[in-house]
Write a protein that binds this ligand. Sequence first.
Ligand code: ATP
Ligand code: MG
Length: 236
Amino acid sequence: MISIKKVNQHYGGTQILWDLDLDIEPGSRTCIMGRNGVGKSTLLQCMMGLRPITSGEILMDGSPMHTKSAEARAPAGIGYVPQGREIFPLLTVEENLRLGLPIRAQRLGKDEAKEIPKKIFDLFPVLGEMMHRRGGDLSGGQQQQLAIGRALVIEPKVLILDEPNEGIQPNIVKQIGDVILKLNEEEGMTVILVEQKLGFARRIGQSFRLMERGKIVAQDSMDKLSDDLISKYLAV
Ligand code: ATP
Ligand code: MG
């Protein structure tokens, strides 16, 4: 579904991603792991077109995505939940969600894009209850649910989440995990999750990719994530 081939990326003179290869199967749940600063978020930003790549290819369903603008990638069916959530604090919950409607219209047609899909409020009831609150007044966990809800407005084929549980209380972490599993199992949504917390990674990921210094250095099914790999690439 997504195929990344020999991608290199630089911030100014510093190379961050090095000949990085990554293949994501349709309908799979893949967890990208690695210590702070290894380039996990940079990789996701390159996939979304938010950072230019220096060389290499990013393909979706066989067609080049790296040549498209960032604006053209979400309508192709990629939902992105950035690290740190990046909701708009002065806009209400409803306004934050409605921001996804123009892209939903591009994907599914104008008639499909008049209202925020009800499904989002079934998945995250708190968003319905807090429709008219400002995003900035929500708790961290509620803001994260809003960020995921906003990504789901476009009914993505692929959902990309960057450390969705940073600084969030356990009951909401559990709820977010339930939603990710439900979307994958019931709708076949492909899930790419960047996660540092082992428990959550093991629960959600069917397979892992370990990153170190801008490269994938190990990959396997999640049950093969050994203590050796953990101490080598994850433990501080
Ligand atoms: P974390 O787990 O802390 O989120 P990460 O694996 O997501 O880390 P990135 O945010 O992708 O790592 O950063 C990779 C490297 O790129 C780091 O060394 C970081 O300092 C550097 N970097 C990130 N953003 C910039 C920037 N705007 N300009 C220059 N260097 C940057
Ligand atoms: Mg990051």
